[in-house]
Design a binder for this molecule. Structure first.
Ligand code: SF4
Ligand code: SF4
Length: 156
């Protein structure tokens, strides 16, 4: 049995009301970055956290207490969410400080099956910048109904 945690992008998840359903769906189905766990083995999701917000160029260590919240419960692996890998300008600094502080934690750079990064960013831009009179959420991106300037998103 593997004990895993997931860390997501706070900006992306909180401001788009994402409940991480795609991450969790692919975890249950052992797809995407969860393929590495055999289906016959149970997978124990011991915690999910978001990043601690912008660390500035000075303090990527800001993420460590969040990781500690999961690592303290004997996690084997920490998955950085797809949104973190697709959006975060601090991802390399984060992985460096986490690897140093938690050398026994297997760092996995993804969660659900990757989708087109450029199109995902276009969708997230719309979600983060939309006017309040046009509330859309990550669910709209997931079900394909997100309205984006420049035409529908084209995931392959
Ligand atoms: S620091 Fe990275 S992961 Fe955290 S909110 Fe900003 S972009 Fe997202
Ligand atoms: S990777 Fe996708 S489903 Fe998972 S938390 Fe980020 S936006 Fe939501």
């Amino acid at each position: 049995m593997a004990r895993i945690g997931i860390i997501t992008c706070a900006n992306c998840t909180q401001n788009t009301h994402c409940a991480s359903v795609v991450c969790l769906g692919d975890m249950r189905k052992r797809r995407g970055f969860f393929e590495k766990y055999p289906k016959e083995e149970s997978l124990d999701l011991i915690g999910m956290i978001t990043c601690a917000g912008c660390p500035t160029l000075a303090a990527p260590e800001k993420i460590l207490p969040r990781v500690e919240a999961i690592a303290a419960y004997k996690a084997d692996a920490l998955h950085f969410s797809y949104c973190m890998t697709a959006l975060c300008p601090f991802i390399n600094q984060y992985t460096a400080v986490v690897a140093k502080a938690f050398p026994n934690l297997d760092l996995v750079m993804g969660t659900h099956r990757p989708i087109d990064k450029g199109e995902f960013r276009r969708g997230v831009k719309e979600l983060l910048c939309q006017e309040l009179t046009r509330p859309q959420t990550m669910n709209h991106m997931v079900d394909g109904s997100l309205k984006v300037p420049g035409g529908p998103l084209q995931f392959v």
